[in-house]
Design a protein around this ligand. Sequence first.
Ligand code: SIN
Ligand code: MN
Length: 265
Amino acid sequence: MIELDHAEKFRTDGFVFFPGLLPRDLLKRIQEELPKVLDEPGPQRFLEDDGTTVRAVYGLHRKEGVWQEVATDSVVSQTAKSLSNSDLYVLQWKVNPKSAEAGDQWEWHRDFTYWQAEDGLPAPRAFTAGIFLDDIDEDNGPLRIVPGSHTGPALHEELEAMDHQEITDREADDWSAAVSANLSFAISDGGATTLSGGREVFTACGPAGSVVFFDSNVVHGSLPNRSRRPRTLALISYNPVDNAPTDWPTPRPAYFVNLEPTPLP
Ligand code: SIN
Ligand code: MN
């Protein structure tokens, strides 16, 4: 069970970091299953601009075994429940391997911008557990988070003027705009600095098995991996059941988002 100050920190900073949270045997089982998931061709798998390196694999909420266990019945789901006052379900479950020397950047962005625009998520109440499947340090492209930025104003005014149908029509042929190194709703360095309120960027470094929980509206991103080591980050997003989208004119494919808001046990 997490301490109260973790929940408080999560609310105030928009993130909370748990070094080495995952038990060693669970971490090992995930690492053993990982190559199969990365090797499986299909629309759920996205490549880097080089056309060969795997950048992201979505749809793990549809897999059983250890993938289901870690998301719904593990120290990760327990901690997620402790950080929220609501019944939660798994909204999205993906892995970003950020390969050695080839894994590219993730520009500054807020996840809620995408979930609201593309999936019709009503409110920014979702959050994500970023699970380190490798040791992560400054050199292999750690996740970077702008503390407190989840409470700042929305930065994409153009979205306010578009309706959900327009946005999903625009992206329906190419969902990769939400996955590429040039994101559709990226935030500039200037925007990130403004939202930081003068606070320093938090760089999520630690041993494999560490987990960082971050708010759907907190600004985050990462630099390319220039090291000779991969930086595999598994990302489970949780959303309150009563915040599930209710209107799906043209939903993204089910490998992107879970269309069945089944509460965690
Ligand atoms: C994300 O925002 O989806 C993850 C960024 C990263 O893998 O560094
Ligand atoms: Mn993100």
